[in-house]
Design a protein around this ligand. Sequence first.
Ligand SMILES: [Zn+2]
Length: 154
Amino acid sequence: MPGQKTPEYLFRPGSPRPTRYIKASVRKDVLMARRRTIDRRKAKGIARERMDILFNRAREVFPQDRKLARRYVTLARRIGMRYNVGLTKKDKLDACKNCNSFLVPGINCRVRTHAARVVITCLECGHVRRVPFTRERKGKLNKHPLRKPLSKSR
Ligand SMILES: [Zn+2]
């Protein structure tokens, strides 16, 4: 009613009671800060586990269904982002960072070496990934990545 002062604890008919009145005792438990830090470490472990499972599923399903494999990769990466967990070295090479495709050399990605880098081209979206590697060195001649190839010393 306009002009009429509403008592502080009076609620409109049908409106649910605010949770702060009925749940105060419950919330104390839920909001305890100490529990959270312990759980986060556990959560990371679980996240890693799940990402691993998803990548294995992607590997399995790839020959039959690339789209599904991509979906698994997407989910695994999303879990990783949520819990701040990175992909393993191997999984990182198996996934396209741009389109989340599961990558299999010779089928949907191209792997070449160039200038002391492994160049992985995703053939689904064209994204290029370059991973540096340390070249086997004989003396200091080959120190520079663009220096003459090793074959001369043979
Ligand atoms: Zn891609």
